[in-house]
Structures are given as structure tokens and as C-alpha cells.
Design a protein around this ligand. Sequence first.
Ligand code: GYE
Length: 326
Amino acid sequence: MSKRVASVLVTGAMVAVLAACGSGGGGSADKGSGHKLVVGFSQVGAESGWRTANTKSIQEAAKKAGVELKFSDAQQKQENQIKAIRSFIQQKVDVIAFSPVVESGWDTVLKEAKDAHIPVILTDRAVDSKDESLYVSFLGSDFVEEGKKAGEWLVKEYAAASGDVNVVQLEGTTGSAPANDRKSGFADAVKGEPKFKVVASQTGDFTRAKGKEVMQAFLKSQPKIDVLYAHNDDMALGAIQAIEEAGRKPGTDIKIVSVDGVKDAFTAMSQGKINFDVECNPLLGDQLMDLAKKVKAGEQVPRRIKTEEGTFTPEQATAALPNRQY
Ligand code: GYE
């Protein structure tokens, strides 16, 4: 080998070593992946259209940002999420992000992440931990506000009504932040008006199948239902099937107010089957990757980042439908 060739090879090797050390930040150990930022993400499951859009957004954003994403689907079970987080800790990922299926019971595993010096970002749903040092940031919607918007619509819609307005409620996953908060926000908005009676309220676990099943039971047990308030669109869509199968007209015989704003719900709105939809934006991927990079670089990030979202009447949903992304 000539001296020149040898020197080029040595220089090339040095450049490679320098390049490898320059990225990744924080002097972290070699992950064997060219020092890409490694994010472990524990997703709730695949229970709804919202969730599918959220997963897609996170996976696409990771690719775009050059982040190595370790993705784990918990199938709506907290124990699976705890397992996934422990495995991320073992793998020494740079950042852990997760959407907690329920609010309580996270302190132990989050303490383990903290002890391993792995920062945690909450996305979409919150935890009820008193110890705020267990996570660096929470990115997601204000669910209380969403529930309020649904309730405020109802108050306006029935402003002229004098008799009782019987409401049935399909709740989200028991113990989850969106179920707790959408319920309390709604209750708050209607509490000044005794004519609104929540005559039945039960979980439909945020799925179409459960939404349908529980609505069937409501239709059997409740002699008079004026309004359905569903904590998400998938349960509303399931309930629509139950209402139609019972020979009644969703959107007319029973008014429906729901949350999420997914395409299928907009289609149902354009057919007059849902009367009002409160938007909840699932497209959190880009913001999450940005946050993860900043956290890893040691930058200060906001403790709370709220998602901006609106509401939709059937007219607005019909107009938005052709360009709706999810
Ligand atoms: O509304 C529902 C999903 O946590 C905001 O979870 C999310 C909720 C969303 O299953 O469709």
C-alpha cells in the first residue's frame, strides 16, 4: 500500500470517528446505530381511528427526523406499558415517551427511569403523579376543555327546551385521563341547568364494538333518550349502528355529540348522524420528535404543551371532509 493511500485511509477513519462522536449529544454510550437519537415509545393500543392516526404521525415523524423509534403497542393494558418502559430502560434508550392508558400507578416505573437518567415525555394522556420530577414535559390536549365544549353545545342546542333532556354517556377507558376529564368538563358545563339528566353512563373503552354493545343496553334499559354524549368518535359510530338497528334515527331521534373529529365521524356528520364534534388532534409526531431532541440536548422545554383544536358543526365537517388528514 502506498503511503498516500494509507494516509487517506487513516484520515477517513478519523473523520468517521469524529462524526460518530459529534452526534447523539450528552456523551451517551454507543447504541450501535450510528448515534441516532433513540426514543422508546409505548403506545396505548389501536383502539380507535384517533389512535391509528396518532401512531402513524409518530412513526412518520421519527423517520423524517432521523430518530430511531422503538415502538411498543400495549393493547390497552397498563402492565404491558410498564413492561415496555422497563425494557426501554434496559436498552438504555435516550428518551422514553408514552401515552399512559390510565392516570394512576406510574410512580414506581417512572422512578426507575429517573434513576437510570432517562428523561420521560408524556404524550396525549397525563399521569396523576404528585412528583413532577418524574417526567420532563406533557404534550397533548386539554380534555376538560373538550368536555366543556361538548356540554356548552348542548346547553345552546336546548336553550329553548323546557322539559327534561335525558342524556346517555359513553365513557372512555375507565381511569384514563380523557375519560375522567371529558366527563368532568361536560358535567361542569351543564350543571347550572337541572333539565339535563345523565340517565346512564358507562364505559365503551373507546372502541366501536363496545360503543355499540353499551348503546344497545342503554336503548333497552332507558325509555327516553334524547342525547348521546360519546367520549370519542369510534364509540359514537358504534352507537349509531345500535340506534339504527333499533329502528331509530341517529342525529334526529337521538342527538349525538362526540369528541375527536376523525374522518369517519365527519362522514357521519355529513349524513346528519352526528350533531356536533369536538376536535382532538392526534398529529403529535413532529412536536414529540422536536421535544425529544431538545430534551436530549439538555435544553429547557415547557412542562406543558397544549394542542390547539376547534369544534365542528355538520356544515363545517362536510366542508372539511375532503381535506381531512385522519
Ligand atoms: O380521544 C380516543 C383514543 O387519548 C385523546 O384515546 C386520546 C383518546 C381519543 O382512543 O379516540
